[in-house]
Design a protein around this ligand. Structure first.
Ligand code: DAT
Length: 176
């Protein structure tokens, strides 16, 4: 039977900025050979923005153009996608969705180290407190494919990697 995704599964790694998405997703890409797709990086390179968010102090993504740009690669499969939002991607794109969660005090320190302050820092911490991205993921995808992962320590990073690697191996068995 020909696979619906010849290049492998599509995995979404989402969560509040600073929860460790790019760290996890890029390591996962190295260990699996799946392609790492940073949506923020893609949008910057291709200038896929539409305005500026004063509260979060960041450019607003042009969702439709981002989806158009990603469609061909996503339809082939084999991608690990990293973005701090998930409600505008077509639901059919993803086989599994991981939402990274970080304790407020740890997240606060990480974001401060990144140079965030004032409203921008506050809005991101609130986003985590109110589990905004987790709710968005649960509203956008089937609950059985949405998984919350703690992302506070290097040990948890390793555990998360192991868990996802086991899932990828299982997915591959299911395709053969
Ligand atoms: P994001 O891509 O979600 O914005 P990141 O991958 O850049 O986050 O990580 C933010 C910082 O936190 C970075 O210095 C790496 C560190 N980090 C990520 N995951 C971690 C973990 N599980 N334990 C400890 N530090 C972590």
């Amino acid at each position: 039977m020909a696979s619906r995704r010849p290049r492998g599964p599509n995995i979404l790694i989402t969560g509040t900025p600073g929860t460790g998405k790019s760290t996890l997703a890029s390591e996962l890409s190295q260990r699996t050979g799946l392609k790492y797709v940073s949506v923020s990086q893609l949008a910057t390179e291709m200038e896929l923005f539409d305005g500026y968010d004063e509260q979060l102090q960041c450019p607003i993504l042009d969702d439709d153009r981002v989806v158009d740009e990603m469609e061909e690669d996503m339809s082939q499969g084999g991608n690990v996608v990293d973005y701090h939002g998930c409600d505008f991607f077509p639901e059919r794109w993803f086989d599994i969705v991981f939402v990274l969660r970080t304790d407020n005090s740890i997240l606060y320190d990480r974001l401060q180290q990144r140079g965030y302050s004032g409203k921008k820092l506050e809005s991101n911490i609130q986003c985590e407190i109110f589990q905004t991205i987790l709710d968005e993921a649960r509203d956008s995808y089937k609950p059985e494919i949405v998984h919350e992962l703690p992302s506070n320590t290097p040990e948890q990073l390793e555990e998360n990697l192991e868990r996802i690697l086991a899932w990828v191996a299982q997915w591959q068995v299911g395709q053969s």
